[in-house]
Design a protein around this ligand. Structure first.
Ligand code: IPE
Ligand code: IPE
Ligand code: MG
Length: 236
């Protein structure tokens, strides 16, 4: 059933504009990413206050591996430090931490930190924070198709039984409801390979602000806009 209240159960955010934020200040791009980490902290806090159940943040795409190695290294270092420093807070806030994406591409140190954060918070019952890391939606859909084909070839499932429900259950997001609200910052009007399947009926809000400037009031304004929308899901 579609949610009927005004608070989205699941918010997904394409956190964009860190580089331009830094550039506008004559700073290196990595300073933009650092400032963006503060906005992540902020978004988690606001979602907790609003009683949102799931927050998915697009932190690093499959395509972001094509960036200069120096920037990738800085991002990975930042990610590892963020998780290390943030873990006590996540535990104290009853946040459950999860990830989606091709994690085996990440440096070992990052993977260890991710594994620890996921394990230590797995029994928390508050907000579920999902970081999309080395994530690409086309890759995710291809992986699901391969998994289903493998199961069919092994005789475990009948190809005739493959429907949208079964397909969904083979995506990285198998246990997560689809996003109700998708936000992209920095004014770009594109999806950039994010949750293509899952956002079929999400409400989209584009903010002109760069991600490091996107804070509590901006997220609340996006949720207010969501509440004013009339979701029809194809009906009249
Ligand atoms: C978003 O900011 C963070 C990542 C994609 C890792 P960008 O780094 O894309 O910043 P812009 O879009 O170049 O300003
Ligand atoms: C999308 O931002 C990916 C993340 C926010 C992690 P990009 O900056 O990589 O997207 P494009 O290149 O503008 O489409
Ligand atoms: Mg960008």
């Amino acid at each position: 059933m579609p949610p009927t209240n005004d608070i989205p159960r699941h918010i997904a955010i394409i956190m964009d504009g860190n580089g331009r934020w830094a550039n506008a200040r004559g700073l290196p791009r990595r300073d933009g990413h650092r400032a963006g980490a503060e906005s992540v902290r902020n978004a988690v806090e606001t979602c907790r206050q609003l009683d949102v159940d799931f927050l998915t943040l697009y932190a690093f795409s499959s395509e972001n591996w094509k960036r200069p190695q120096k920037e990738i290294d800085a991002l990975m270092k930042l990610l590892e430090r963020f998780l290390r420093e943030k873990l006590p807070e996540l535990l104290q806030q009853n946040v459950r931490f999860q990830t989606i994406g091709k994690l085996d591409m990440l440096p070992g140190k990052c993977r260890q930190q991710i594994h620890k954060a996921e394990t230590d918070t797995r029994n928390n019952t508050g907000l579920t924070l999902i970081l999309a890391l080395s994530y690409g939606s086309r890759e995710e859909i291809t992986d699901a198709a391969r998994a289903l084909a493998t199961r069919a070839a092994a005789g475990e499932i009948d190809p005739a039984d493959i429907d949208t429900d079964l397909f969904s259950r083979h995506l990285y997001t198998a246990n997560t409801p689809d996003p109700d609200l998708l936000i992209r910052t920095s004014g770009e009007l594109r999806i950039s390979n994010f949750l293509l399947w899952q956002i079929s009926y999400s409400e989209i809000v584009i903010s002109p602000k760069y991600w490091p400037d996107f804070r509590d009031a901006d997220l609340r304004a996006a949720v207010d806009e969501y509440a004013r929308r009339h979701r029809r899901f194809g009906t009249v």
